[in-house]
Design a protein around this ligand. Structure first.
Ligand SMILES: Nc1ncnc2c1ncn2[C@@H]1O[C@H](COP(=O)(O)OP(=O)(O)OP(=O)(O)O)[C@@H](O)[C@H]1O
Ligand SMILES: [Mg+2]
Length: 316
């Protein structure tokens, strides 16, 4: 068996059929410029981002038994270890159809009648050799494994985008690094301003709460510092924003394994995510560590956010 990677993850793994159109999505219709098929999924793309940055990543969710399975081959080609993933003949990926507008914005329609999550008896011996576990909303079916990972001392990094009811609240409580898109975080908390949302999601058991807000940057609070912060976005030429959040999660996990503090992890992740949207699909422009370091050299500084004052409405 190969060495257990330091960053493990399970959750969505997807095959995306993408059409690029010549109008913004708000136009309602547009001419097809190009069609493409790409591999995606929150956790699969996050792990591919880790590997591209130079870290060691392993997918540990259900995979099909066939050795020539397309998803398995793609993970391996992306540098993601699959040797520790449980196998099942009925495992198959999420199938998504994505429309990308001329402004890089996208609409994702997904069919997730798939076997997601991981084996309930996923071994502690493997978990305990890793330092970070990345999970997404589908981990509600494998809560016990997430709880064991947390008990074993792994950093649990949650990319939660939809709620499956009370199990999602349990899952979110288990994530010491909770990194959510602001839109879902608003829905989950019933709060509006990023400062109020951060405050509502904070608890002493968290290491960090991070809210990603697309082209408007990132809001965060870390256990290693006081206050709430906003990091403005990098100015990049947006080609396709698909997978920006996934890359953000992978890069954050990689920075975590390298010992970065909250501000350092968020800055690293934001730079990687900004670079990832300069190419098509979720994977084409995943950056190398050197590319991220170069962009970080020109990084904007974060500014404090005052909880007493509601932030301007930044849209949904
Ligand atoms: N237009 C942009 N310019 C600069 N940075 C961006 C832009 N869009 C996204 N990012 C970076 O990527 C991060 C994550 O993006 P976003 O909030 O859209 O994630 P998401 O909603 O989870 O998307 P997905 O699930 O498709 O990956 C942002 O917080 C920001 O750091
Ligand atoms: Mg996302």
């Amino acid at each position: 068996m190969p060495a257990v990677p330091s960053i493990l993850g399970f959750g969505a793994i997807a095959i995306d059929d993408i059409v690029y159109v010549d109008q913004p999505l708000s136009a309602g219709k547009g001419k097809v410029l190009q069609s493409a098929q790409a591999f995606g999924g929150n956790v699969a793309t996050a792990l591919a981002a880790v590997a591209r940055l130079g870290g060691s990543a392993g997918f540990v969710g259900w995979l099909a038994s066939a050795e020539d399975d397309a998803v398995l081959c793609d993970l391996n080609a992306s540098g993601v270890e699959t040797a520790f993933a449980p196998r099942h003949p009925r495992a198959r990926p999420v199938h998504s159809r994505i429309t990308v507008g001329s402004d890089g914005d996208r609409f994702i329609a997904y069919d997730d009648e798939a076997m997601l999550g991981t084996a309930p008896d996923f071994p502690d011996e493997v978990l305990s050799q890793a330092s970070v576990l990345i999970v997404d909303s589908y981990a509600i079916g494998s809560i016990e494994v997430v709880a064991r990972a947390r008990d074993l001392g792994l950093g649990v990094l949650g990319d939660i985008e939809w709620s499956g009811g009370p199990a999602t609240e349990t899952l979110m409580a288990l994530c010491d690094h909770l990194i959510l898109p602001l839109g879902f975080a608003r829905t989950a908390t019933g709060r509006r301003s990023p400062a109020e949302v951060l405050d509502a999601l904070w608890s002493p058991s968290r290491s960090a709460v991070v809210l990603t807000d697309g082209g408007r940057g990132v809001y965060y609070r870390g256990g290693d510092e006081t206050g709430l912060w906003h990091l403005p976005p990098h100015q990049v030429e947006v080609v396709d924003s698909t997978g920006a959040g996934d890359c953000f999660h992978g890069a954050y996990a990689y920075a975590l394994t390298r010992g970065a503090d909250t501000a350092g992890r968020v800055a690293y992740a934001a730079a990687a995510a900004a670079l990832s949207i300069t190419g098509r699909g979720g994977r084409e422009a995943l950056p190398t560590g050197d590319q991220v370091e170069r962009l970080l050299a020109s990084a904007n500084a974060p500014s404090p956010v005052d909880l007493k004052y509601a932030q301007p409405d930044t849209g949904t």
